[in-house]
Each structure stands twice: as C-alpha cells, then as structure tokens.
Design a protein around this ligand. Sequence first.
Ligand SMILES: [Mg+2]
Length: 362
Amino acid sequence: MKKIELIDVGYYVVPLESILVDALHGEHKNFELVTATVKLSDGSIGTGYTYTGGFGGAAIAKMIESDLKPLLIGKEVLPPEQMMKYMNTRIHYVARGGIASFAISALDIAFWDADLKGRSIPLCEALGSKSQKVKTYYGGIDLAFTEKELLDSLQKQIENGHTSVKIKLGKADEKEDIARVKAVRKLVGDDAIFMVDANMIWSVPQAIRMAKALEEYNIFWLEEPTNPDDYEGYAKIGQTTTIPIAMGENLHTIYEHELAVKVGRISYPIPDCSNICGISGFLQVAKLAKEYSLPVSSHGMQELHVNVLAGLENRGYLEFHSFPIYKYTIDPIQVKDGYVEPSKDPGVGVNFDWDILGQYKQ
Ligand SMILES: [Mg+2]
C-alpha cells in the first residue's frame, strides 16, 4: 500500500514581458504559479501546478499548505479521480468552485505525475494515444494594443509557427472591435481559423448584436460573450447567430460545465486543468463533451494540455495562451505549422526548470 509521505508547496510571481489587457480583468503585469510536489512511500515523486492572472495565488498556496496537506500526509494513495473527490468533499463547503478547485488541481496533477512516473508512462499514452500532435491556436491578450500593435503581434506569432489565432474583443466602441476583426481576417487569410473572445463583458442583447455584425468574417468561435453564470443567456446568443459559442475557463466544477452544455447549448467546452480539479476534472468534462458529440478544447497551460488533448479522441483545439509557463520548463514545447507535439516523457510531461523559476519564488 502506497502512502503520501511529503507535500512541498511553492508560490511564484512571474513577470510578463509586457502588460496584457482583456475586457474584464484589467491589466496583467505578472502571473502567479503555485506548485505542489508530492513524494510517495514507494519513492515516486510528482509535481502539479495551477496558475492565476495575478490574484489569489497566495491563498491557493495557503489552502494546500494548511488544509489539504494535513488531510493527505500519511494517507493511502488512491487512483487520482478518487483522490480528487476525497479532497473536494473535505473543503468544498468553504471554497467550492473557487480556491478549492485551484488547490485541488495542483495536487491532482501531482498525483497523476507521480503515478505515471512510477509506471514510466507518458500522459498521452495513459489516456489512449502514443503520439498524436494537437492543433493549436495563438490566444492573444491584446485588447490594449493599437490595431498596428495587434497585427504586428499576430504576424510575429505566424512567423513562430502559428496558423490559427484568437483576439480579444470588448472595446468601448463596438466599431473598433469590428475594424480589428476585419484587419485580422485580412492578415490571416480567408481560410485561417480565427476566434474572438469578449471575456464576459457584453450584455446578452449586445452580444447578439455583435455576433450578427461578426458573422461575415467567418469567426470559428465566439468565446465568453457574456456572464458565465447566465446559461440561458448563452443559449439565447447561440440561437441567434451562426457563430459557434465557446466557454469554460470560468467554470470550475463539472456541474457548471454540465449547465453550459445542457442549458447554455455551447458548441465548444474549454476547461482548464488548473481550475477544474486537475486532469481528473478535465477528463470529466471531456467525457461530458463526448456524450454530446462535442470536441473538448483547452484554456491556458498549453505545456500540460497538449499531453491531455493528445490522448483524447474528441480533442479540439489547444490554446497557446499568452502566459508563457512553458518557458520555465525543461525542453519547452514548440509550435510547428499550427500543431504541438505531446511529450514522450513519463509523467504529465511538465518538468519545471527550478533554477529559472526559483528567482520568482515568494
Ligand atoms: Mg478566454
């Protein structure tokens, strides 16, 4: 019987190269990374992590240290999904869907990593695929860029190997949003996959109006047009436009994802392993999506999600997010012709370069 011997928590504040802005969250000057490394009694070690846009990371680290660690040290190791449920039943009362989902995510990923490293299996292989490259798109956080800066930034990403892009919308002047979409469509060409993301800023009537105006630009999906709690609003928006609707980064329980699919009738569920209770939570959403014949895509932490999506039959798109966590790993992922290859390393495939990351430790 394997037991949990040690849990080591790390909290990092990593500066971004430039200030990134979206419609609702304001400026991002840095991102936070919370890591959890577990050591099991058979000697296997695994590391998991979660991230934020700059707020809440210290509270997540504290919850792991003060609440989850005492629950777990000395406990028998169960399969990851059971570990995830065990952690959830103990702390959901105070933090359901919030900090709890982030804290559990870091530990869930760590347990997956330790288990797979112990068995010398890469994550994508454990999920079903030996080496399946994953379609990706560049996800800019670019609302504050001038139109020229926006186009220059996307051109740079195209030169880096991207073939698909997503931009932020939600300018105070709707005409400016439309002009940016028109300019980006011209830059990427008629056939390129091109998504837009309003980061929840519009009312339902405004989202309906904007979706109508965007239809002529062949938008692949419209992400988070309105408040993610308004599932009926999502259904209304989806019914009035030909553009498929996407959401998921603000849904932090499987129940919320069920509402988005069943009530909100979205076309593209986009969970994130950092806030949906880890890989175990992400797989629940992937299963839900499959039941509704939908693909599952990912938000953020592309260095991990490539290895999850590569293993799934109903894989959708990997977001290549603007928080470059991958730059702090050994053997960082690379984009080639719009695809990313999964890791062949045993474990979840994300091994941090602690020397580089260490300078940002709090
Ligand atoms: Mg988004």
